[in-house]
Write a protein that binds this ligand. Structure first.
Ligand SMILES: Nc1ncnc2c1ncn2[C@@H]1O[C@H](COP(=O)(O)OP(=O)(O)O)[C@@H](O)[C@H]1O
Ligand SMILES: [Mg+2]
Length: 237
């Protein structure tokens, strides 16, 4: 059984359907990348998995347990963390406070446990430690991206969802972020990352392509380049 299972998921906004009944799963310990043009439904997919949008039909399961239908905080507590599109850090709060807020579903674990996870986040992103007292809103786009990922890591997710990790970052910084995500994955977190930058491909165990609310490719990352499906999607050739 895969760790994350999405089965016949249908959802959208108001009466407008976006996801047309999609199914895919992500194996424990792997990194899956979800590619697709703007408007394909990638954000709708990860937001639905995170419980921010209700599933109209179908089911989302984590380790066999149904999480669709749970409210977003319960989904986080169940083990799914989201670094959302557009980062959405709290601009008027410090880096440290943003990180602490990411651990709010783990209150019962106590402050010491949260502090340990903060140290772990700092080891992934030393820049965040250097800037721990800075207000998040005054940081660069790349630093805010690190913070958004770090904040999601604070919930100690079993599955980490990252929506558009490299959007607006320089190619070099994008690679840095991919490398850290790869390290987070190596440390045992299963990752589903939404990307339009094909530079992420070397880190992808699994690759998915979404077009108009359906999954049109689901295979091994290493085979996607050979298949030509990416070129077809992004360049129409
Ligand atoms: N809040 C919303 N209200 C209505 N329609 C939306 C909303 N968010 C996204 N959509 C529509 O849903 C479709 C998929 O969007 P989205 O999931 O954001 O795509 P992607 O992340 O792949 O760019 C698009 O047609 C978009 O216009
Ligand atoms: Mg999106």
């Amino acid at each position: 059984m895969a760790l994350l299972e999405v089965e016949d998921l249908r959802t959208g906004y108001g009466v407008l359907p976006v996801l047309q009944g999609i199914s895919f799963s992500v194996e424990e310990g792997e990194t899956a990348v979800l590619f697709g043009l703007n408007g394909a439904g990638k954000t709708t997919t990860v937001n639905a998995i995170a419980g921010l949008l209700p599933a109209w039909e179908g089911q989302i399961r984590l380790d066999g347990k149904v999480v669709s239908g749970l409210e977003a905080p319960k989904v986080v507590a169940a083990g799914i963390g989201l670094s959302p599109e557009g980062r959405r850090v709290f601009p008027a709060l410090s880096v440290l406070t943003n990180l602490r807020l990411g651990a709010w579903t783990r209150k019962a674990d106590g402050k010491k446990a949260a502090d340990e996870t903060i140290q772990q986040v700092f080891s992934y992103f030393p820049r965040l430690e250097e800037r721990k007292d800075q207000l998040a809103g005054t940081m660069s786009g790349g630093e805010q991206q690190m913070l958004a990922i770090g904040r999601a890591v604070m919930s100690k997710p079993r599955v980490l969802l990252i929506d558009e990790a490299s959007l607006g970052l320089s190619p070099k910084l994008a690679q840095t972020v991919f490398q850290v995500v790869s390290k987070i994955n190596d440390d045992g977190t299963t990752v589903l990352i939404v990307e339009q930058n094909v530079g992420v491909l070397p880190y992808a165990d699994q690759a998915l392509i979404m077009e108009k609310g359906t999954i049109t490719y689901d295979g091994r990352g290493a085979e996607l380049e050979k298949s030509g499906d990416l070129r077809k999607t992004y360049l129409g050739t």
